[in-house]
Ligand binder design. Structure first.
Ligand code: AMP
Length: 368
C-alpha cells in the first residue's frame, strides 16, 4: 500500500520513517526533493494546492494524508482516483479557521476561551469592551508559532493591534492567565477504535514550542482531555491522529486550538511510548490495528530552533535521542529535536532543564 503525503516537512518525514517498517510505501507532494520528506521517500515536485499534481497523488496512492493543515480544502475535493483522504476534509476545514474551531468546541461542550469575530475597527472595539482587556487578537487563518497575534493590555493597544493585523479576518479572545499549557494526542482508526496518549506539558518561548514533558497531570485532568478529544474524533468520524492544545487554569482545561495532524508536542512518543504518534497515524489511515500508547517512563523533548547544536558533543550524553530534519538553518526555524526518557519524573526534569540551558547557550541565543 502506498500512502500519499501532501507536504514533505519534518512531520511527513517522521510519518514515512515510522511507516516503512510496517511494509508501507510513501509518496510526497512538495516543492522539491530537498525537503525533509523528499530526502527519505519519492516526491512529486510542485505546489501543495496544484490540482493536477494532487490528482496524480490520489491516483498513485491508496490513501492521502497531510503534514500541513492549511492546504486549501477546495483543491482536495473530488480528486480523480480512489484514494481515501484521512483525516477528513471537514476536520481540516474547521481547524483552518479559528472561528469555526471555537464554534466546534462550543457545539461539542468543550470549554474554550471567550471569543468574538472581528472584521472592522468597530467590532474590535466592541469585542474588547464585551470580553474585556487583556485580550489577544489573532488572524483567523494561517497563524502558527505565535505568528499573526497581538496581545492587547490597554485601550491604546487597539489602534496598534488593528494596524498590525486589520487587513485579515480576525478573532479576539480573552488572555487566559494560565497555570500551564498542555496538549493531548488521540487517534481514531478506520474501524472507529480510539486510543489516547497521556498529557503533554508544553513550554513555549516567543510563540514556539520549546520543551515538552510527558506524561503529565493527574487522572482528572487527563480524563477531561480524553473526553474532549473523543467528542471531536467522533463528531468528524475522524481517521488518524488529532491534537488539542489547552490552557490549564485551577485544574480545569480550556481548549485553545485543534490540529488535525501529528503534533510537535508528541515527538517524544517516538522513543517514549510503545507506539509513536507517527506510527499510529499511519496505522490508522492504512486501516491497521492501532498500537499501545503507553508511555515508557518519563520523557522530555527539546526543540532545536534556528541553529543545530554540536552533534558530536551532545551524542556523548547517555540515552539522548537526536533528530535532525535535514533543513537549512534560519532564525526561528524548527530544525530538529532531542528526546530523553528517564525512570522518574524528577530525574527527567533535572536533566531536561540542564540540557535546555546547554542547547540555549549554543543555539537559541546565538541567532538572536
Ligand atoms: P496559538 O497559535 O493559538 O497556539 O498561540 C500560541 C501561544 O500564544 C499559545 O501557546 C499561548 O502561549 C499563547 N496564547 C494564545 N492564545 C492565548 C490566550 N487566549 N490566552 C493566553 N495565552 C494565549
Amino acid at each position: 500500500m502506498t500512502v500519499g503525503i501532501v507536504g514533505a516537512g519534518q512531520l511527513g518525514r517522521m510519518m514515512a520513517l515510522a511507516g516503512y517498517p510496517l511494509g508501507l510505501d510513501f509518496l510526497f507532494l512538495d516543492k522539491d526533493a530537498g525537503t525533509p520528506g523528499g530526502q527519505v521517500a519519492p516526491l512529486i515536485a510542485g505546489a501543495l494546492d496544484d490540482r493536477e499534481l494532487l490528482g496524480q497523488l490520489s491516483q498513485r496512492c491508496e490513501v492521502v494524508t497531510f503534514d500541513w493543515e492549511n492546504i486549501p480544502v477546495a483543491s482536495l475535493e473530488n480528486l480523480p482516483g480512489a484514494a481515501r483522504i484521512s483525516p477528513p476534509l471537514r476536520a481540516l476545514a474547521v481547524a483552518q479557521d479559528r472561528l469555526t474551531e471555537k464554534r466546534s468546541f462550543e457545539l461539542l461542550g468543550i470549554p474554550t476561551t471567550q471569543y468574538a469575530a472581528v472584521d472592522s475597527r468597530e467590532s474590535l472595539e466592541l469585542a474588547a469592551r464585551t470580553i474585556g482587556l487583556p485580550g489577544i487578537l489573532k488572524t483567523r487563518r494561517l497563524g502558527y508559532d505565535g505568528k499573526g497575534q497581538f496581545v492587547l493590555r490597554k485601550p491604546a493597544d487597539l489602534d496598534r493591534a488593528w494596524e498590525a493585523l486589520g487587513k485579515a479576518p480576525l478573532l479576539y479572545e480573552n488572555l487566559v492567565p494560565f497555570d500551564a499549557e498542555v496538549s493531548v494526542i488521540a487517534v481514531r482508526g478506520l474501524d472507529g477504535d480510539v486510543v489516547f496518549y497521556p498529557l503533554n506539558l508544553n513550554v513555549h518561548r516567543e510563540g514556539i514550542l520549546r520543551l515538552t514533558r510527558a506524561p503529565y497531570g493527574n487522572v482528572a485532568l487527563t480524563r477531561q482531555a480524553h473526553r474532549a478529544a473523543k467528542k471531536l474524533l467522533e463528531h468528524f468520524r475522524y481517521v488518524g491522529v488529532l491534537t488539542i492544545e489547552f490552557f490549564v487554569k485551577r485544574g480545569k482545561l480550556i481548549a485553545n486550538e485543534v490540529a488535525p495532524r501529528v503534533h510537535n508536542s508528541g515527538h517524544w512518543t517516538i522513543e517514549g511510548a510503545e507506539t509513536s504518534q507517527f506510527e499510529n497515524h499511519v496505522r490508522a489511515i492504512a486501516g491497521l490495528p492501532l498500537g499501545s500508547t503507553r508511555a515508557r517512563g518519563h520523557s522530555a523533548m527539546i526543540n532545536l530552533v534556528g541553529q543545530m547544536p554540536t552533534r558530536e558533543r551532545l551524542l556523548e550524553e547517555p540515552g539522548l535521542h537526536w533528530h535532525d530534519y535535514g533543513k537549512s538553518a534560519r532564525p526561528g526555524r524548527k530544525l530538529g529535536h532531542l528526546t530523553i526518557c528517564e525512570a522518574s519524573a524528577r530525574t527527567r526534569d533535572r536533566r531536561a532543564l540542564k540540557l535546555l540551558s546547554r542547547v540555549d547557550r549554543e543555539t537559541w541565543l546565538a541567532v538572536r
